[in-house]
Write a protein that binds this ligand. Structure first.
Ligand SMILES: [Zn+2]
Length: 144
């Protein structure tokens, strides 16, 4: 008899909606899709119904692929599990990361295995995707 080990993901699973579905669909393929404005060329992240810069509803999605690198723009260290599922990963480093090839884009995520001695502003990171469920992969960061 085959023994299966199932890892239970206890953290909240982000919900897909009309405006962010292309982002999550790409994440599930371990790719980064970012919404872009066709009027002013602003990258709109997090995505929404219109451009955060000029208000245009003429937005589209640009696929930036699977090799996403950046550096920590700013961060906090959480020593308390504000939501269920994070209690075994403290302290948690939550960073705003500025993308290396697209410096206009900043994306928030956890820096996995990061701590106050290893992470600082300017720390180089790359995006990885954690398989939260069979249907949902969540972008996170690891130090390079
Ligand atoms: Zn715009």
């Amino acid at each position: 008899m085959k023994e299966e080990t199932k890892v239970i993901y206890e953290k909240p699973i982000p919900l897909k909606n009309t405006y962010n579905a292309p982002y999550w669909d790409a994440a599930d393929r371990h790719e980064l899709n970012v919404q872009k404005c066709n009027t002013c060329s602003n990258y709109n992240h997090p995505p929404g119904p219109s451009c955060a810069n000029c208000g245009s509803i003429d937005v589209f999605w640009e696929n930036l692929g699977s090799t996403i690198t950046g550096e920590v723009y700013t961060y906090i260290v959480s020593n308390r599990p504000f939501l269920p599922g994070f209690q075994n990963e403290l302290p948690t480093v939550i960073a705003v990361v500025q993308l290396e090839e697209y410096p206009d884009i900043k994306i928030i995520g956890n820096v996995l295995h990061g701590n106050t001695e290893t992470v600082s502003i300017g720390t180089k990171v790359k995006m990885v995707w954690i398989e939260a469920t069979e249907e949902r992969a969540i972008p996170q960061w690891v130090m390079v």
